[in-house]
Design a protein around this ligand. Structure first.
Ligand SMILES: *Cc1c(COP(=O)(O)O)cnc(C)c1O
Length: 360
């Protein structure tokens, strides 16, 4: 017996999302699996995705080496490239494809003598202003790398800051126009689209699309968008009611006495807390699914527990199933109640075992 707290990851849903992502555009699909596959467990996720995608993208070297050590042989893109010269040897040995986004990386690469020439992704800053070369510098750096013996091929890339904001398209349109202007006349493959762009910006879909969130079945948009409808949520965060209290009116629940009972209430304790990745900033009223029905969070989240209103669910007792997020209660909705985003909630999942479900 152990604490009833776990996550279910539906690998069949994951594969269906990957097939859907592939069907949206003929470009190659790089599955973004940084941060332990957005909390879903990177190795089972990569093994399930491998037949359906053209490669993987992770943030940094150690994440990529873990995949290679597990026998994953698909192309791997390092989204942050390398931070120091001593990573280059491992990058070459593991056949990884680093992003190059600043002059220091160009210098390190051109000073090195890798055993084999590298395929690099040269990042253009089209308006996010986080990583990347300025448009005026781009063609010159591209030519320098194309001519370098250390380089086998250059993929032109950029990243969108606001592709999920369909109500404010000007920023993404400007980034697209900037990319096309700065890369005009430079041959070879290019890559722009993240999940929202693959779902809603056909003009941004190029030789390589880089999808993360949508593979996990979550829409990146805050409003309902038809192209996101077929996505199937992959993770279900599960627990059970482990204690039930009948409380009179006028008493407080939990740390800081944030919630005070307005009337006599029946309150259930759930065996999940912020140390498991449930957001501590979830407000009173955040939806929680208990025995298949929606109820609400009451009181602050504890490290190992949270409390829910069972007043209108008199049949619910100890052992009743609880879903913190899943298919009928989206992690995106919970995130809104916690002033967060689904990316953060999913990638913060920890301490609970993951049970993998698959129909084959
Ligand atoms: C994380 C990341 C992605 C994937 O973004 P999603 O919105 O999850 O699809 C794509 N490109 C880069 C550069 C990233 O850092």
């Amino acid at each position: 017996m152990s604490r009833p707290a776990w996550a279910e990851v539906d690998l069949t849903a994951l594969q269906a999302n990957a097939r859907y992502a592939k069907a949206l555009h003929p470009g190659r699909l790089m599955a973004v699996v940084k941060a332990d596959a957005y909390g879903h467990g990177v190795l089972p996720v990569c093994r399930a995705l491998a037949p359906w995608v053209d490669g993987f993208a992770v943030a940094f070297l150690e994440e990529a080496l873990a995949l290679r050590e597990a026998g994953i042989s698909a192309p791997i893109l390092l989204l942050e490239g390398f931070f120091a010269a001593d990573e280059l040897e491992a990058i070459v040995a593991a056949d990884l494809q680093p992003v190059i986004h600043q002059p220091e990386q160009v210098d390190l690469l051109l000073a090195a003598s890798p055993a084999k020439p590298l395929r690099v992704w040269l990042k253009l800053d089209t308006g996010m202003h986080r990583l990347g070369f300025a448009p005026e510098q781009y063609a010159e750096i591209w030519q320098q790398l194309e001519a370098a013996p250390q380089v086998r091929e250059v993929v032109k890339m950029s990243h969108f800051a606001r592709a999920d904001e369909l109500e404010a398209p000007a920023a993404t349109e400007a980034q697209l126009a900037c990319f096309d202007r700065a890369t005009q006349g430079l041959p070879g493959p290019s890559s722009l689209a993240n999940s929202p762009a693959l779902l809603a910006w056909p003009a941004a879909c190029r030789d390589y699309n880089r999808a993360g969130l949508m593979l996990y079945g979550i829409s990146p948009f805050s409003a309902s968008v038809s192209s996101a409808k077929p996505l199937q949520p992959v993770m279900r965060f599960c627990s059970e009611i482990t204690a039930v209290r009948e409380l009179p009116a006028g008493v407080s629940i939990g740390y800081g006495a944030r919630f005070v009972t307005p009337r006599p209430m029946r309150v259930g304790v759930v065996a999940v807390g912020y140390a498991d990745g449930y957001p501590r900033h979830a407000r009173d009223g955040t939806p929680v699914q208990v025995a298949g029905q929606r109820t609400r969070l009451v009181g602050r989240i504890s490290m190992d527990m949270l409390t829910v209103d069972l007043t209108d669910l008199p049949e619910v007792g100890i052992g009743a199933p609880v879903v913190l997020w899943g298919d009928r209660l989206s992690v995106a909705e919970v995130a809104q109640w916690a002033d967060s985003i689904p990316y953060e909630l999913l990638s913060h999942l920890k301490r609970v075992p993951i049970r993998y479900l698959s129909t084959d």
